[in-house]
Design a protein around this ligand. Structure first.
Ligand code: CAA
Length: 381
């Protein structure tokens, strides 16, 4: 067992860290304030190859592993969690199901442009009445000759509106719940797909979260992903990996908060010395750093299992659960280190705390992660 990152992973981390500090960090507060998504940042990530890290070169990727991908999400989230989730949803939730379940033609048509970052991807599962209970969805897809016709409304779609391709789940046989669900690829601009409400959010405010409305939306039958009835399993398997991306986002947020808390604690003086030299603060920083490191190890382990082709659903859920809870705890403590200043927008730390909260909610709430983990335990897996 070797806990060191390879030279290749270290170089990738350094390259992304430099990019994040130069191109992402300077506008993070302004984009948060104005809820502004910046496609130019995504284009610059594409130019560096970040949009296709785990995909083979034949599909426009750079042929690295999932560890490389989680390092990218972590380093971006360390300065801007919105940018981290843009990449995570693009790669894990939109790219992966096409890579895994798509036909060769679908990979050429959809995965390749996503891998090179010419197109942005999104994933639409959630509905107003189907959040944790994903199988309860109402959106339908009915076959009509060489087409499927979609009707229904998806909510909370990350990258919504900005994305060019959407992985959409709909019931082809509503009478059989999970077994009647299918997955489709829908292109932006298709007649019958419109964008509804844009959410005004507490955190990750420069990541667009939109409602997708399907009204007699006709797509070619060839845009069915996998077989009819495979949809629920495609969604669950996609989320097994997606949760690893959210774990990486949470590690990045927590590390970013720790970075700024340490710098502030060394500089801020009270009672004649830097507050870092008061045990009340130094022990707090030690606890924060320990939990961030534990989260990182769980996250990297899940990515490694996935890259090795081993079972990773439980590991990914554990990583997301622990890292999400850690991000919330560490960012809250980091605000405490800043005291009254932490409660203002003069410092970035309040943004980290607002951004952390979503990691306990999306891609399965942390209560759902506990459910998933406990089901593995019951099966002795
Ligand atoms: N892989 C493969 N198959 C799976 C699976 C997995 N991980 N999990 C379940 N299945 C299969 C089961 O084996 C079962 O198959 P059979 O019918 O053949 O036996 C079938 O799917 C149904 O499984 P369950 O009975 O376990 O289903 P359930 O209704 O109890 O739901 C759940 C399970 C874990 C609660 C699931 O509904 C779930 O994950 N809910 C959370 C949804 C979620 O994460 N949403 C996130 C939205 S996306 C998002 O947030 C993106 C973003 O913004 C960035």
């Amino acid at each position: 067992m070797d806990f060191r990152l390879s030279d290749e992973h270290e170089m990738l981390r350094k390259m992304i860290r430099d990019f994040a500090l130069k191109e992402v960090a300077p506008t993070a507060a302004e984009r948060d304030e104005n809820q502004r998504f910046d496609r130019e940042i995504f284009n610059k990530m594409a130019a560096l190859g970040l949009t296709g890290i785990p995909w083979p070169e034949s599909y426009g990727g750079i042929g690295m592993d999932f560890l490389g991908y989680v390092i990218a999400v972590e380093e971006l989230s360390r300065v801007c969690a919105s940018t981290g989730v843009t990449l995570s949803a693009h790669v894990s939730l939109a790219g992966w199901p096409v890579f895994t379940f798509g036909t060769e033609e679908q990979k050429q048509r959809y995965l390749k442009p996503m891998a090179i970052g010419e197109k942005l991807g999104a994933f639409g599962l959630t509905e107003s009445g189907a959040g944790s209970d994903a199988g309860a969805m109402q959106t339908t897809a009915r076959r009509d000759g060489d087409s499927y016709i979609l009707n229904g409304t998806k909510i909370f779609t990350t990258n919504g509106g900005a994305a060019d391709f959407y992985i959409i789940f709909a019931m082809t046989d509503p009478s059989t719940k999970h077994k009647g669900m299918s997955a489709f690829i829908v292109e932006k601009g298709t007649t019958g797909l419109t964008f509804g409400k844009k959410e005004k959010k507490l955190g990750i405010r420069s990541s667009p979260t939109l409602e997708l409305i399907f009204e007699e939306c006709r797509i070619p039958k060839d845009n069915l992903l996998g077989e009819e009835g495979d949809g629920f399993k495609i969604a669950m398997r996609t989320l097994d990996g997606g949760r690893n991306g959210i774990a990486a986002q949470a590690v990045g947020i927590a590390q970013g908060a720790l970075d700024v808390a340490i710098a502030y604690a060394k500089e801020r003086r009270q009672f004649g010395k830097p507050i870092a030299h008061h045990q009340g603060i130094s022990f707090k920083l030690a606890d924060m750093a320990t939990k961030v490191e534990a989260s990182r190890l769980l996250t990297y382990q899940a990515a490694w299992l996935k890259s090795e082709g081993l079972t990773y659903g439980k590991a990914s859920a554990m990583a997301k659960l622990f890292a999400g809870d850690t991000a919330m705890e560490v960012t809250t403590e980091a605000v405490q280190v800043f005291g009254g200043y932490g409660y203002t927008k003069d410092y970035p730390i309040e943004r980290y705390m607002r951004d952390a909260k979503i990691t306990q909610i999306y891609e399965g709430t942390n209560e759902i992660q506990r459910l998933v983990i406990s089901r593995y335990l019951m099966k002795n897996e």
